[in-house]
Write a protein that binds this ligand. Structure first.
Ligand code: HH2
Length: 293
C-alpha cells in the first residue's frame, strides 16, 4: 500500500488550548467515573481517587484527560443525564482547578455537554458523533472541541455479528458526514477530531483492518484519534484477561502511531508516552525517506 499523507494534517486546538499535534502525537488519558466500565470500573468512583488519578496521568505525560461517567462497553446499559452529571460535576470542578491540560468529557447527551462545557471543559468526546440532535449546537455555542467517533449500532447490541462490505470505506464515509455536520453547525474545524471507534460494532478482523489501513483516513483533513487500550480484541488475540493486556495495548499504540494517528486514548499513560515517542520517530523517518524519493 502506498503511504498517504499523515492523517489529520490540520491543527488540533480545543478552546484556544493548542495540543502538540502535528509536532508529535497526543496522549489522552482515560478517567472513568463509572461503577461498570469494562476495564477500570469502580476503581475511581470515589472523587478523591479520581482527582488523584487524573493528576497522576498528567504527571506521567497525558496531554488530555478524558472523563467519562457512562460505560459504553459492549452490552452496557445507559445511565440518565442526571446520574452522569452527579458523577461528573464534583470531579470536573476539582480537575478544572487543579490540572493544567485540556479536559474532554466522554458523553453523547447534549444536556450533559451543555453543563460540563458551562463549567469550562474543553471538548466533548462523542461516541455517537452528534447523534443527539442538539449536540452540535451546544458544542458550537461553547466554542468547544469535539471527537466524532464511529459506532455501528448501540453498545447494548453492537457486537452481535457486525457486518461491513468495506469497513474502512464505511467508517471513512461516516466520519466525512459527521465532519460536515459539525462544520455546518459552526464547530471550528481546528477543534474537530475523528475516531474509527475500535471495538464499537466491529469484529477482531474489522479492528485489525482499521488499524492496518488507518492512513486511509488521512485526507479527512482533521486529526485522527485511536482507542485500543485494553479492548477485547487484544484479549481475543492474546488470550489475556483485562488486567493483563498492557503489552498488547502498547503494541497497538505503536502501530497506530506508525500508521500516522494524531492521538491515542489510553489507560496506561507512562507506557503509552514511551511507545508514542519511539513510534513517532520511526514514522517520521519513514515519511522523510518517502518525501526524498
Ligand atoms: N472507547 C471507549 C469509550 N470512549 N471514545 C473514543 N473517542 N474512542 C474510543 O475508542 C472509546 C471512547 C471504551 O473504553 P473505556 O472508556 O475504557 O470503557 P467504558 O466505555 O466501559 O467506560
Amino acid at each position: 500500500m502506498t503511504r498517504q499523507a499523515r492523517p489529520g494534517g490540520g491543527r488540533w486546538e480545543w478552546r484556544s488550548r493548542a495540543l502538540p499535534w502535528p509536532e508529535r502525537p497526543v496522549v489522552m488519558g482515560i478517567l472513568n467515573l463509572t461503577p461498570d466500565s469494562f476495564s477500570d470500573g469502580g476503581r475511581f468512583f470515589d472523587r478523591e481517587r479520581a482527582v488523584a488519578r487524573a493528576r497522576a496521568m498528567v504527571a506521567e505525560g497525558a496531554d488530555i484527560v478524558d472523563v467519562g461517567a457512562e460505560s459504553t462497553r459492549p452490552g452496557a446499559e445507559g445511565v440518565s443525564a442526571a446520574e452522569e452529571l452527579d458523577r461528573l460535576i464534583p470531579v470536573l470542578e476539582r480537575l478544572l482547578e487543579e490540572i493544567d491540560v485540556p479536559i474532554s468529557v466522554d458523553t453523547s447527551k447534549a444536556e450533559v455537554a451543555r453543563a460540563v462545557l458551562g463549567l469550562g471543559c474543553h471538548a466533548i468526546n462523542d461516541v455517537r458523533a452528534l447523534g443527539d440532535g442538539a449536540m452540535a449546537e451546544v458544542i458550537a455555542d461553547a466554542g468547544a472541541g469535539v471527537v466524532l467517533m464511529h459506532m455501528k449500532g448501540e453498545p447494548r447490541t453492537m457486537q452481535a455479528s457486525p457486518h461491513y462490505e468495506d469497513v474502512v470505506g464505511e467508517v471513512r464515509h461516516f466520519l466525512e458526514g459527521a465532519i460536515k455536520r459539525a462544520c455546518a453547525a459552526g464547530i471550528a474545524s481546528s477543534g474537530i477530531v475523528v475516531d474509527p471507534g475500535i471495538g464499537f460494532g466491529k469484529t477482531v478482523d474489522h479492528n485489525i483492518e482499521l488499524l492496518a489501513r488507518l492512513d486511509e483516513l488521512a485526507d479527512l483533513g482533521v486529526p485522527v484519534l485511536v482507542g485500543t487500550s485494553r479492548k477485547s480484541f487484544i484479549g481475543s488475540i492474546t488470550g489475556r484477561g483485562l488486567d493483563d493486556r498492557l503489552a498488547g495495548s502498547i503494541a497497538s499504540v505503536a502501530i497506530s502511531v506508525l500508521r500516522g494517528t494524531a492521538g491515542v486514548r489510553v489507560h496506561d499513560v507512562p507506557q503509552a508516552v514511551d511507545s508514542v515517542r519511539i513510534a513517532a520517530l520511526v514514522e517520521r523517518a519513514g515519511v522523510s525517506r518517502e518525501a526524498a524519493r
